[in-house]
Design a protein around this ligand. Structure first.
Ligand code: IPE
Ligand code: IPE
Ligand code: MG
Length: 246
């Protein structure tokens, strides 16, 4: 089936988030080092980003490196950080050509200086792009984000900049890294694992979850269109009854 031609472009998810998983297993299956899987994963990133822009997705967030991933062997962490720098350098062209704005979420101050600099450079250069916002979750952990949010709000309450009564869901939203993004409508995880791994816990409260066995380096835009097609054929009830919706 050609999923792209069967998508309802009026009903696209406003925000798609992807847990890009399976690079290591992809490499192992082929007898390569894990690094080769990460490198091949960047091809999938480019294809999916272009695919999203092509059909009119406004927000795409990719889980690239978690707070927990710092616990991987140093060699792998170093490889991933180098790959981040080289990909940013290379893909700025893709972003400009497709009018895509780069954004990041996570505790960026933990990244090596070179990666921070390159990231900021691409964010600055693409700041006025309008077609889509691509957010990279880097050194991102949802619990870290929520902890940071609570600390900021507590400090504002303490200094009387904010009253306790004023703290509602929108105030919390404004203190998360995702403050400029809508809630996630569709969360995809590749590689067959069915868990969230500390990703966007608050923001996926009502997201539709989609799991596929495809390993990330093999994932392409057609697979994404299939996930969106599947999403569009679900009934999102948000606590209401089916009858109330129609
Ligand atoms: C996802 O692939 C990339 C990152 C987490 C950085 P993995 O490296 O987790 O691949 P598997 O899960 O070991 O196959
Ligand atoms: C989640 O994948 C993080 C990223 C995709 C960046 P992991 O491979 O690190 O997650 P776990 O360890 O399987 O839960
Ligand atoms: Mg993994």
């Amino acid at each position: 089936m050609n999923y792209k031609d069967n998508l309802n472009l009026e009903k696209l998810p406003a925000h798609i988030a992807i847990i890009m998983d399976g690079n290591g297993r992809w490499a192992k299956q082929k007898g390569f080092l894990r690094a080769a899987g990460h490198k091949e994963g960047t091809t999938a990133v480019r294809d999916v980003v272009e695919g999203c822009a092509e059909i009119g997705i406004k927000n795409l967030t990719l889980y690239a490196f978690s707070t927990e991933n710092w616990n991987r062997p140093k060699l792998e962490v170093d490889t991933l950080m180098k790959l981040l720098v080289s990909s940013l350098k290379k893909e700025i062209k893709t972003l400009q050509e497709n009018d895509i704005k780069l954004n990041s979420i996570g505790n960026i101050s933990n990244l090596p200086k070179k990666a921070r600099k390159e990231l900021q450079d691409v964010i600055d250069k693409t700041a006025n792009n309008k077609r889509m916002t691509l957010t990279l979750a880097l050194s991102y952990g949802s619990r870290e984000e929520i902890t940071n949010c609570i600390t900021q709000i507590a400090e504002k309450v303490k200094s009387e900049e904010l009253s306790i009564d004023a703290v509602d869901e929108s105030v919390i939203n404004e203190h998360l890294y995702t403050r400029n993004l809508p809630d996630v409508d569709l969360l995809i995880r590749t590689s067959g694992e069915q868990r969230i791994s500390n990703f966007l816990l608050w923001q996926i409260a009502y997201a539709e979850l989609y799991f596929t066995k495809i390993l990330w380096p093999d994932y392409r835009r057609e697979d994404l269109f299939e996930a969106i097609y599947n999403y569009q054929n679900r009934e999102r009830r948000f606590g209401k009854t089916s009858e109330q919706l129609s």
